[in-house]
Design a protein around this ligand. Sequence first.
Ligand code: E4P
Length: 233
Amino acid sequence: MSRTKIFCDIADSKTIKEFNKKSIVDGFTTNPSLMRKAGAKSYEKYSKLLLKICRKKPISLEVFADNFSEMEKQALKINSWGKNIYVKIPVINSKGKFTGKLIKKLNKKKIKLNITAVYTVAQVKKINRCLDNKTKSIISIFSGRMADVGKDPVPIIRKAVQLTRSKNNVEILWASTREPYNYTQSKQLGCQIITMPPKIIEKVSKFGKSFNELTKDTVKAFLTDSKKSKFKI
Ligand code: E4P
């Protein structure tokens, strides 16, 4: 089984510059909310700035239109900006309509896609039917957002990995990571990619503390705080 690649989930240009240099980081994912958070005013100009920084590693840039013809136009434009781009297409539009036809059309044109906002096995099945077995494609399953509402992402990811196993070009991405342990889980499930915010990548890169070290660190931290507060009984 191949290693689970680590992508950085961020649109801030300074952070992309810093994390692009790290060998632990294999690529980047962005979304319209992250672009907004990064202060992007012109989507095109800002994306091109990011593409100047990240020239080789894969980077996902998402369409933001809500109707399929606009989505298609945006997808073609975004794709023309560079070779390392995965065009992110949401699995449905805001009205709940499956983007399958568009996925199929773009996939036929050999455009690398990252199908995003995926939550169910049924969606994975439908997406998989729209993808050929040559063009590189990613299916992003939003594990953290599921867990945020009390749902377990593990069985869904496990099934998704299984469903796409016969297509070497299709990768399952653990998206919306909430904690460092999600990296361990994604590896155990055979996920090809996990995308994580920069802070979690930093924690994952320091994995390996022993239980003995952890227990000492914990006790020491409590002692330090007790001393700082001059606690007395
Ligand atoms: C994935 O590509 C998304 O950008 C991302 O993982 C969403 O994460 P969030 O749920 O923390 O916003």
